[in-house]
Design a protein around this ligand. Structure first.
Ligand SMILES: Nc1ncnc2c1ncn2[C@@H]1O[C@H](COP(=O)(O)OP(=O)(O)OP(=O)(O)O)[C@@H](O)[C@H]1O
Length: 984
């Protein structure tokens, strides 16, 4: 049954009363009127069944693990909480509260997440981190890096346990640093106490670190070849627990996600390769086996695939590995090891390599998260450890309060941390002593701790009664486990390895060796540093609760939940919150914060009086606050005061803005006036300079000469104007005159029409009115004139073209004429020659000179080239026939000769006429005339040639006998020869 008292208890499986109060919409357990275990549990169950996984227990956020995806995260919810649209309990609300407090109060903040394994701490921390990364992320790169770190941390630091398939096997503190504007400047992740024994030892059904299974399943073939990587079932370290897979988890896919995260964080491919080498080396180290070599069961490393591959991947010689793992070097002598010792040494080496790798990776992650650290102002830390609250304060301050007793854990804590003889101190001392054994250690703790009521000791073990329950510890291996030392030869081996990460590992190892810190000492060191950090920040608590052990959604096990609430003392916290004064200010703080809303002048008042005066002036009910000696205590936020302060601040800001605005305006006007004055000075100066330049330029010009110039200009203007006026006048006169003439002539022709007289007079009178008309005409005439001008220009251009062509034609005609002339002269020559021959022939006939040289072929065929042919109408006459016939031939020749002269004259005249008499005739027409003339000439020439040939025949046949033949032949032969040489 339930019982109330100092400690609230509920027995396992007990049913809750049916009438327990359930308040729909009550987010905070503090609001419950019946604050007892059943009502608390009933309300939480009700909420859980309605998928409301977050509730408040005073200052603590209770987060129930839903074991399923609930749609309350992501961008929309982020915005809703950021913009205060939603304010119900949620991890985003806590993160937002921390961020706002940091910005408002300028204080570091911490979110402390606690809960048992599998309750959802890692998930909750991830959501908080995502919110804080987004709210302060103008730096998107930093945001994605921060989010990607979870993936690396989980791969290397999480494993499947019996309680949680993704259990974090290390503690972590995530520090997110912000600048004054609230933007992330950098981040840092500190990790604590990795469970390194998990590398070599696994409980049944559990797994080693996820990354081993991921690399075996997801490494690409080339990488697998390089590392000689097998399936996870081939490695002793992995297969020993009989669990290689997790339902619903894709190891191969997660390997790709891991590599992406490495890339996002800027871890080089070479470093990634080194990391994979060492992971494979750890797996192959686990497969190294030993063979017994003597009677005393000493062993030696077997040089097989496992040892060879492990040595290769670590970058050391297999012989060195063999010596280190098979012997212990003590004072320059190598002592052979037995099977267990050799196996332990091998496991220690593998474990150490993995731990060093983990630490190196964290350093790399932090290097990548380093940003603009110079501008860091404040930090929000996310931690998974529970905080503490001091209640002694109320008494010291003289505050009246209803004391809530809750079980003090100090006795239990003393067992571990009390100095000089707490468990950790004794453990450290004995670990450093060469004489200490497990037995002496057990004796020691029994002697020093038996006084503590929470401690009891048995043979080889001891028991501690913790707040939740009693735990038995096995003391037999504590000394060994507490020592973190590697043997010297192992360190030497690691230092000789070629893989760069091994060097950093050995560097880390040296550090451990020199500081000589044991596991316990390191733990305490970390713990105290953490507490210090938390104490210097404002804390926000999240308690994760696991609703069932089956890890299934929708199942709410009251006793499991109750145990967790009990262990975290949730009921006490709620009761304390209800009865306490969580909000407190020193009098100085309160007076300086709210002094602005006090109407009195506070300059001469002390802080306490000011605080009291503020409370009184604003009638704050005394039941919600108490005045201590140095501080004021409030049950909650004093909204009235906060709102008033905000109003005053807003008013002041407004006033300040206006004042500043007014000042800026004033300054602006002053500046403007100054600028205008300056501009006028500059313009004046420029004008003066220009004037000086002008003065210099016009130095030679005196005012009198200027006047003369002016007079001359005016005179010219008046002359021009006069001339224009006269011209216009003359024009008008002429027009008038011509109009009168026209009217007179019309009058004469129509004398009957007496009106014409008046009409002309009218016209004359009408003239001035027609000026406009005239002007129009003038404009028209001008435009016509300009048109004509254009036409003229075009015509001129045409004429020029014609002239050019004319010159061309002229030269052609001259050439034709020359040809003509030459043809004519050739004909003339022929004719003359014919004449001469004829005369001499006649003479020869008359004196009877014989000539045998006349050949029957005496005449050449028609001379086609020269066009010279035998004269036509020349009737051949036999010499000696008659005198009359020779006269006829002579007449014919004369006639031909005359005709030739006449024709020549005609053709010459015609040719000249074509060129000279009609120069306006287009050249093409002239060419045509020429062609016609030429045709005529050709026709005449042909006909003339026929006649000439005829005359010649007659001459040859009739008149010339033998002697004439020789002469003619001589003439024709010459003519023919010449004709061939001539070119027509
Ligand atoms: N808010 C949540 N929404 C959905 N599932 C959740 C939530 N919180 C926890 N879980 C589920 O519970 C599992 C365990 O959660 P988580 O790993 O965060 O527990 P833990 O407290 O960190 O455990 P450990 O201490 O062993 O690391 C998660 O893998 C996830 O399946």
């Amino acid at each position: 049954m339930l019982s109330h008292g100092n400690v609230i208890t509920v027995s396992r499986g007990e049913l809750l009363p049916a009438n327990t109060e359930v308040l729909d919409g009550v987010d905070d357990l503090v609001e419950l009127s019946y604050l007892n275990a059943p009502s608390v549990l009933h309300n939480l169950q009700y909420r859980y069944n309605h998928d409301i996984i977050y509730s408040k227990a005073g200052p603590v956020l209770l987060a129930f693990n839903p074991f399923k995806d609930v749609n309350i995260y992501g961008n929309d919810f982020f915005t809703a909480y950021k913009d205060k649209i939603l304010d119900n309990p949620q991890v985003y609300a806590v993160a937002d509260g921390a961020y706002n407090d940091m910005m408002k109060d300028g204080e570091n903040q911490s979110i402390i997440i606690s809960g048992e394994s599998g309750s959802g701490k890692t998930k909750t921390a991830k959501f908080a981190m995502q919110y804080l990364a987004s709210v302060g992320s103008q730096n998107c790169e930093m945001k994605s890096k921060l989010i990607q770190t979870s993936c690396i941390l989980e791969a290397f630091g999480n494993a499947k346990t019996s309680r949680n398939c993704n259990s974090s096997r290390f503690g972590k503190l995530i520090d997110i640093h912000y600048n004054a504007e609230g933007t992330i400047s950098s981040a840092c992740i500190q990790t604590y106490l990795l469970e390194k024994s998990r590398v070599s030892q696994l409980c049944r059904g559990e797994r080693s670190y996820h990354v081993f299974y991921q690399i075996c399943a997801g490494a690409p073939p080339a990488l697998k070849d390089m590392l000689n990587l097998k399936m996870s079932s081939e490695y002793k370290f992995l297969k020993q627990s009989g669990c290689l897979k997790i339902n619903g988890v894709e190891d191969a896919h997660n390997f790709k996600v891991l590599v992406d995260a490495f890339d996002t964080l800027g871890i080089s491919h070479q470093d990634q390769e080194n990391v994979f080498h060492l992971l494979a080396a750890v797996l192959w180290l686990g497969n190294i086996s030993f063979a017994v070599i003597d009677q005393e069961e000493h062993v030696e490393l077997v040089a097989d695939e496992a040892s060879r591959t492990a040595a290769r991947l670590m970058g050391c010689k297999i012989d060195d590995l063999k010596v280190v793992l098979s012997t212990n070097r003590i004072h320059n002598t190598a002592e052979p090891l037995k099977m267990q010792q050799a196996t332990d040494k091998r496991d220690a080496l593998a474990t150490f390599v993995y731990e060093s790798l983990f630490n190196w990776l964290m350093e790399e992650v932090n290097t990548s998260l380093k940003g603009d650290e110079q501008h860091t102002r404040h930090t929000i830390s996310i931690l998974d450890t529970y905080g503490f609250e001091s209640l002694q304060e109320y008494e010291l301050e003289g505050i009246h309060w209803k004391k809530v007793e809750f079980e003090d854990n100090q006795e239990c804590l003393d067992i571990f941390e009390k100095k000089p003889m707490g468990l950790i101190s004794i453990l450290n001392e004995d670990s450093n002593s060469s004489k200490a054994t497990n037995e002496t250690f057990t004796e020691n703790i029994k002697r020093h701790l038996s006084y503590n009521i929470c401690f009891s000791c048995e043979k080889g073990a001891f028991r501690v009664r913790h707040y939740a329950q009693e735990v038995q510890y096995d003391a037999s291996e504590m000394l060994e486990q507490n020592s973190d030392k590697l043997q010297f030869d192992t360190i030497q081996l690691l230092s000789s390895c070629k893989k760069p990460l091994n060097h950093s590992a050995s560097g880390l190892m040296n550090q451990v060796q020199t500081t000589g810190q044991s596991v316990g000492a390191k733990f305490m060191d970390h713990l105290f540093k953490l507490i210090q950090e938390m104490e210097n920040s404002k804390q926000h608590f999240i308690r994760c609760v696991k609703p069932n052990t089956k890890k299934l959604p929708g199942i709410y096990e009251n006793d499991i939940v109750w145990e967790q609430l009990k262990c975290s003392q949730v009921m006490e916290i709620v009761q304390i919150t209800k009865s306490r004064y969580p909000l407190r200010f020193t009098h100085q703080e309160f007076a300086s914060r709210f002094g602005c809303i006090l109407s009195k002048n506070i300059s001469c008042m002390d802080p306490l009086s000011t605080s009291v005066a503020i409370l009184q002036q604003h009638q704050i009910p005394p039941q919600i606050y108490q005045v201590g000696f140095t501080k004021l205590f409030f049950r909650g936020q004093v909204d009235v005061l906060e709102n008033l302060r905000q109003e005053v601040l807003n008013g002041t800001r407004e006033l300040e803005n206006r004042f500043l605005g007014g000042r800026v305006l004033l300054d602006f006007h002053k500046l403007k006036i100054g600028i205008v004055t300056l501009q006028s000075f500059v313009r004046g100066e420029n004008a003066r300079k220009e004037l000086n330049v002008l003065k210099k330029q016009t130095q030679g010009i005196t005012p009198s000469s200027l006047n003369e110039h002016l007079t001359t200009v005016v005179h010219i203007q008046s002359v021009v104007r006069g001339w224009l006026a006269r011209k216009h006048f003359n024009h008008l006169q002429q027009w008038k005159k011509s109009a009168l003439d026209r009217s007179r002539s019309r009058r004469r022709s129509c004398s009957k029409n007496s009106d014409l007289k008046y009409l002309s007079e009218e016209n004359v009178q009408f003239l001035p009115q027609n000026v406009e008309e005239l002007q129009k005409r003038v404009v028209k005439a001008e435009s016509l004139l300009s048109e004509r001008d254009h036409e003229n220009t075009a015509l001129r251009e045409q004429i020029r073209e014609f002239e050019i062509r004319w010159l061309e034609y002229e030269s052609k005609m001259k050439a034709i004429e020359q040809t003509w002339q030459s043809q004519m002269s050739s004909l003339q020559v022929n004719l003359a020659a014919a004449k001469k021959t004829l005369v001499s022939g006649i003479t020869d006939v008359q004196i009877g000179r014989p000539d045998d040289s006349l050949s029957p072929n005496y005449y050449d065929s028609e001379d086609n080239i020269s066009g010279i042919q035998t004269p036509a109408q020349m009737t051949p006459v036999r010499i000696g026939n008659s005198r009359r016939e020779s006269n006829v031939i002579s007449d014919t020749i004369d006639f031909l000769s005359k005709e030739f002269e006449q024709r020549k004259q005609h053709f010459d005249n015609d040719a000249k006429a074509v060129v000279n008499e009609n120069p306006g005739r287009p050249p093409s027409k002239q060419i045509e005339d020429y062609k016609n003339l030429k045709k005529k000439f050709e026709m005449w020439k042909k006909e003339y040639n026929n006649r000439l040939r005829e005359a010649k025949t007659r001459l040859v046949k009739g008149v010339h006998s033998e002697s004439g033949d020789r002469q003619t032949r001589h003439w024709w032969g010459k003519l023919s020869k010449r004709g061939k040489e001539r070119v027509v």
